[in-house]
Design a protein around this ligand. Structure first.
Ligand code: HGY
Ligand code: MN
Ligand code: MN
Length: 423
């Protein structure tokens, strides 16, 4: 049950959060996969991801935290509680980034969790429940789609074998990359895939402009908008660009372009600004100038805060693609169908009380971006804390946040985690 009142030491312990230490650790992890434009490209299960995990585990070891991993590579850094068999409190996010990522998406939730645990340990408190700081495997889904594999596996919401079979653009499977990482970290104890948790809190940058525009240092996240993703494969036929009459062609790219245009028109026809529709990836084969494309594969990322609207729009994708396939064959595979969710009111009240205790003004807002908290919400009471990022820029190297805002969010997290773990 979520404690009604805050831990008496919450504010004092939160005061032990160190802004410089938190900031410096962001800059240190940003070196793993640093891109020339000041951003980060740290694909899941890459050498850069492994190096970031190594550095994180070094800081955790210095704190006396016990590191462990599970069968999909989720990394747990545990502050052991007094009651070893009490369900632990979890906090965390992800270390993997989009290829054109920034220095804060995901990393903040892991480092704010570490900072909170460090403040609690520095206060000499051994909480009743253990606290696990977690780095979930492959949240972003940039290299291996769909994302959130680690948290989905933990929640038993998706099948591990199915995820292990997914391949990246170079044909490397999750299984091969994951087994290489697990071999590298073979010395770590192995945790079961999914275990009972008392509660979960994830700190994250907002990836939207609201907090900065409204002047709030932190946000109490009311829920996460729904998302449906698809992969559309269009099959045509290779042909000579110079000799094949248009009427005899099965041009997969031409059909894909017609489908994408029709999908965009359908998504915009009601003028509903809340519809978020993105074709992020398009691959063509054989992808050479003088051969009529034999295959085109594109992604569909569709989001909406209202589940019935998301259902209605998502249900039209396959028909629209088939209606524009021309002489080609269209195969529409739905990868994710995740409705909007609302976090429990008692968890949101706890975050608000924690923010009040550390004098951080907050506002409520929905998350337009997806997060691992979606899957933890299926297995335990979950909540999220947002901090501003400049102009809401994210999935972009210019993503930026201030040390003060990062520290303020970490103080709120510390007060809430201490209450959950020692309440
Ligand atoms: O796509 C998302 O919403 C998340 O940031 N990966
Ligand atoms: Mn993220
Ligand atoms: Mn992201």
């Amino acid at each position: 049950v979520i404690p009604e009142t805050l831990h008496p030491d919450a504010a004092a312990v939160a005061d032990r959060v160190m802004s410089d230490r938190l900031w410096d650790r962001h800059m240190a992890l940003a070196r793993h996969g640093a891109t020339a434009d000041g951003g980060v490209g740290r694909p899941a299960l890459s050498a850069e991801d492994a190096a970031a995990r190594d550095e994180l585990r070094g800081w955790a070891a210095a704190l006396g935290l016990e590191s462990s991993v599970d069968d999909i590579g989720n990394l747990f850094l545990r502050l052991a509680g007094g009651e070893a068999d009490a369900d632990p409190v979890l906090t965390g996010s992800h270390l993997d980034s989009q290829p054109t990522g920034g220095r804060f998406d995901g990393v903040y939730g892991v480092l704010a969790g570490l900072e909170a645990v460090e403040a609690i340990a520095a206060a000499g408190i051994r909480p009743r429940r253990s606290i696990d700081v977690v780095a979930w495997t492959n949240e972003e889904g940039g290299r291996f789609a769909p994302g959130m594999m680690g948290s989905a596996a933990f929640a038993r919401a998706r099948d591990l074998a199915e995820m292990r079979a997914v391949e990246d653009a170079d044909g490397v499977s999750v299984a091969a990359a994951l087994d290489a990482l697990l071999a590298r970290e073979a010395a770590l104890p192995r945790r079961p895939l999914g275990f009972p948790a008392a509660a979960y809190i994830e700190a994250h940058i907002e990836q939207g402009p609201v907090l900065e525009a409204e002047g709030f240092a932190a946000g109490v996240v009311s829920g996460i908008q729904g998302k449906r993703t698809f992969q559309v494969t269009v099959d045509g036929e290779e042909a000579h660009a110079g000799t094949t009459p248009r009427g005899a062609r099965k041009d997969a790219l031409s059909a894909a372009v017609a489908m994408i245009g029709a999908l965009e028109r359908a998504m915009e026809e009601d003028g509903d600004e809340a519809v978020m529709f993105t074709i992020g990836r398009l691959s063509v084969a054989p992808n050479v100038p003088s051969v009529v494309p034999a295959e085109a594969v594109f992604s569909v990322d569709l989001r909406h805060p209202e589940s019935e609207m998301l259902a209605a729009l998502g249900d039209r994708v396959a028909d629209i693609c088939n209606n524009h396939r021309g002489p080609c064959v269209a195969t529409v595979a739905e990868l994710i169908n995740a409705p909007s969710l609302a976090f429990p009111a008692d968890m949101r009240s706890l975050i608000r009380a924690a923010a009040d205790a550390v004098a951080v003004p907050t506002m409520d807002l929905i998350s337009a971006a997806g997060h691992d908290a979606r899957y933890l919400h299926q297995v335990c009471p979950a909540a999220m804390i947002f901090v501003p990022c400049h102009k809401g820029i994210s999935h972009n190297p210019a993503e930026s946040a201030t040390a003060d805002d990062l520290a303020a969010g970490a103080k709120v997290l510390t007060a809430a985690l201490l209450t959950l773990a020692d309440g």
